[in-house]
Design a protein around this ligand. Sequence first.
Ligand SMILES: [Zn+2]
Length: 174
Amino acid sequence: MEKFSNLLELTQVFNTEDKALKHLKEIRWYGKPYCPHCGHKKVYEFKDSKLYKCASCRKKFTVTVGTIFEDSKIPLIKWFISIYLINSHKKGISSLQLSRDISVTQKTAWFILHRLRLATRTKSFNEPLKNTVEADETYIGGKERNKHLSKRKKNTQGRCVETKTPVLGLVERN
Ligand SMILES: [Zn+2]
């Protein structure tokens, strides 16, 4: 996100949803839209400038598919303001406070904060991981022999999802 000296400036630059959408397209695609489903570079743009269709897999998509903004009816400007607020509140912002600031329910504010925290942790909401990607997995959950007899289950050693939670880590090298 570009640097703004204050919140007023941000809301003046993105005073319509179309402008916010255009900005997201620029920072995500650099003017070259690609399919978020298969990565194909030849895509068709619909007249409304929102919907696209992939020439290869034929699936439809918008710029938010595959980003933290996907699957929400929350206007982009509210997302942008939230990003600004989070970055300017060093000690964090509560979902209650955010819900008041951008006029959404606390549940929606919680959802926004959750996604933005995920994005700042992974730094990957703009592009998929590339180059050398390292992956590892582990299964979290106690050993059966340490549990009370009544709670033990048979044949659940090692990689068993019945009694353990799989955790997958992905990181782009360097
Ligand atoms: Zn495709």
